[in-house]
Design a protein around this ligand. Structure first.
Ligand SMILES: CC(C)(COP(=O)(O)OP(=O)(O)OC[C@H]1O[C@@H](n2cnc3c(N)ncnc32)[C@H](O)[C@@H]1OP(=O)(O)O)[C@@H](O)C(=O)NCCC(=O)NCCS
Length: 187
């Protein structure tokens, strides 16, 4: 039986809406990626007067294909740049802030997250003399909590000055001492 014009329209409309929606999502993703690349370039190329970057991004790549598997950002301690990194408590001039740790979805659960975290922490201690590493975690992100705890992070304080309400929920400030690097690597 041939569908009537009205029936054809009924099928075509949702398909058209779907097509528009996926184009819209695609262009939003592209825009987001472009903004992220621009912001990353700005963050990592601006140097302090002492010649130290305010921020670094470490990337783990597949040795055979060059594909990016994981990344993490680090904010340099105030003692090196003269500017206090956002996220580190004001009374710690030697604190380094870690953020944006992400592992590609299909290679999660294989130790890459802990590997790149510990590499970043060891770099901050060795190169910048960081005595403490800080990060914020969303209170309901159990996987990230597990990752941070396995790298020696503990809750910094119950003081609500250090907590922030994000759009997705409450975030908690965590801290790890420099000694956590060796301890976590040896565990
Ligand atoms: C969080 C994330 C970086 C972990 O990376 P990963 O490579 O999968 O982690 P690892 O394999 O190194 O595991 C490290 C620890 O994380 C925790 N973890 C990892 N996968 C887990 C899972 N599926 N369920 C519960 N805990 C998990 C465990 O505590 C694990 O330690 P263990 O192996 O001793 O049990 C990854 O899941 C991710 O990219 N998530 C999306 C981005 C994100 O949430 N980032 C954190 C922002 S605060």
């Amino acid at each position: 039986m041939r569908p009537s014009a009205a029936q054809r329209l009924f099928f075509i409309l949702p398909l058209g809406a779907q097509e528009n929606r996926s184009r819209f999502v695609g262009s939003l993703k592209k825009k987001f990626a472009e903004q992220e690349v621009e912001s990353l370039q700005q963050r990592t190329t601006i140097m302090s007067k002492a010649g130290t970057p305010y921020s670094e991004c470490l990337v783990a790549v597949d040795a055979s294909t060059g594909a990016v598997l994981a990344c993490i950002d680090l904010r340099t301690p105030c003692a090196l740049t003269g500017t206090h990194p956002h996220g580190v408590p004001q009374d710690d001039p030697h604190g380094c802030y870690l953020l944006n740790v992400v592992v590609r979805e299909d290679v999660r659960g294989q130790g890459l997250g802990r590997g790149i975290m510990l590499t970043a922490m060891a770099r901050a201690v060795r190169l910048w003399g960081a005595t403490g590493m800080y990060t914020h975690v969303e209170a309901d992100n159990e996987v990230a909590f597990g990752l941070y705890h396995s790298c020696g992070f503990l809750e910094h304080s119950n003081d609500c000055r250090y907590e922030a309400a994000s759009k997705l929920g409450q975030t908690v400030l965590l801290v790890a001492p420099a000694s956590a690097v060796a301890a976590a690597a040896a565990a």
